[in-house]
Design a protein around this ligand. Sequence first.
Ligand code: SF4
Length: 298
Amino acid sequence: MRNSRIRWTTHSWNAVYGCSKISAGCQNCYAEKIALKYKQTPKPWAAKYAKENVLLKPHKLKEAYKFKAGERVFVNSMSDMFHEEIPLDYIDQMFALMLDTPDVAYQILTKRSEQMLQYMQNPSRFDKICDEFRKMELVQKRYGTALENRISAFSWPGNNIWLGVSVENPKTLYRIDMLRQCPVKTRFLSLEPLLESLGEINLDGIHWVIVGGESGPGYRPMDHSWAREIRDQCVEQNVPFFFKQSAAFHTERGTSLQEEDGTLSDWEYFPKPGFSYRKGADSVNHKVCDTQLSLFAQ
Ligand code: SF4
């Protein structure tokens, strides 16, 4: 059963709690609100408290083995996978477990595109990931003498790893260029909370676009024309588009996109090899959502 209410995913896997704010999109961070409410992190998520707030949860690493084939898992939804305070060895361990569960699609979203690019382009990354895997007690127990055999089945980067960047305004569009340089099979954009028109976006090498307005107390407005402008570029370039929500107090309230003439339409497409919009399609296509995962499995 899914453990996430976010419609573009089915589960979350949080082996890190805590983050620090780095751009305008972080202003009303939902994860910070939850973490402070439940005392999961000690201080507000300002940069000066990052060392105290970014907390590793190694006991949660084993949860990777609980997910079932075909599930979509949002990795570190309560943090940022490439936060400077998360040790690279620990990120390697998380990637190793993702490679070891290739039938699960892992959705990794970051605002720290510089660190992501550096990590993904390191030529010795795969060796480091394998070394970390060898050292983990959890996998030593699981595989015993078959451990090296298991590692020989890994490929880097796995087909099941989806890498994405958040972009909220034109100033942060540079993150897309960095994502494009990352050698992964599925690259996606979370344009949420959308705070301004983004104008023309380079969608080369991008396989999925999610758009949404902000939610919660003090939410900032999103003009539907900004979302339509993105949707139109996606349709023109055949990139699956997912409209998550309007700007609203409640999360995922107003999940339809308002057209110029006031009519509403639902857009819930997911990435899929050979994706193509059906002629005249302007409504929810759950079939795409249901079938795409097996196509990404190795
Ligand atoms: S990067 Fe993400 S998790 Fe971190 S503070 Fe910003 S919005 Fe919150």
